[in-house]
Design a protein around this ligand. Structure first.
Ligand code: F6R
Length: 226
């Protein structure tokens, strides 16, 4: 695991965007795994400003809420359109999102695309990646998941009323994420504590991100306050 400590969100976003740009330049048909939430917003802004050719890139998003339509501003589909896709030349048909209808087929679809070349991840304060919450076991496949109470509370900042926050989502599994050829995890200063815990090389499904210790090409970029 490669660790890059950076001074602020700006630098974090710049490094992550540069790594993704390098991947696309080296392989214009790259398959990207993409995250949503506040962590990757700066990365997507910088990436969009680079005016790269995304016409042959395929994307697979990590997760999506259950029960929100694509035109709901809180859906991850809407997030991706606003924060990245409408600013780049990616054909709509090249972008993929898990849904309740396709979750059984999502992993096969990714495998048929030749596996994810580069997976971008954020991390939850409880150590989740995608929406793989702390549990007794690691779950491999894309599936419907119950969100942890702490995740529901953290996500509430994006919704008008607490009652609007979805309690379930569809998430790529840990196996799906680990099958990516390269992984980049970005964490702003608010994730400092969980990143410290994750550095402890004890791998446990109670801290899902700890599995990344077993990935052969994983870079953690995090903002350090010290
Ligand atoms: C979102 C995702 C989640 C987030 C995590 C951190 O697609 O997979 O694991 O990365 O919940 O969210 P933020 O960045 O909003 O703190």
């Amino acid at each position: 695991m490669k660790i890059l400590k950076v001074k602020d969100y700006e630098q974090l976003s710049e490094i992550a965007a540069d790594l993704i740009a390098k991947q696309i330049k080296e392989k214009p048909t790259s398959v990207l795994g993409l995250a949503t939430g506040s962590s990757p917003v700066g990365t997507y802004q910088k990436l969009a400003a680079m005016k790269l050719d995304f016409s042959n890139v395929l994307t697979f998003n990590l997760d999506e809420y259950c029960g929100l339509s694509n035109d709901n501003p809180q859906s991850y589909y809407f997030f991706m359109m606003e924060n990245l896709f409408k600013h780049i030349n990616i054909p709509k048909g090249n972008t993929h999102f898990p849904s309740e209808n396709n979750c059984d087929k999502y992993d096969d679809q990714i495998a048929r695309a030749g596996r994810v070349d580069l997976q971008l991840l954020g991390i939850g304060s409880n150590g989740h990646i995608g929406f793989n919450e702390p549990d007794q076991v690691f779950h491999n496949k894309t599936r419907v998941v119950e969100l942890a109470q702490s995740t529901i509370e953290a996500n509430a900042r994006f919704f008008e009323k607490p009652g609007d926050v979805p309690k379930t989502a569809i998430s790529m599994g840990i196996g799906t994420i680990m099958a990516a050829k390269k992984i980049i995890l970005v964490a702003d200063a608010d994730k400092f504590d969980i990143i410290q815990k994750m550095m402890n090389p004890v791998v446990s499904p109670q801290l899902p991100a700890s599995i990344l210790h077993y990935h052969p090409d994983c870079t953690i970029i995090y903002v350090t306050t010290s």
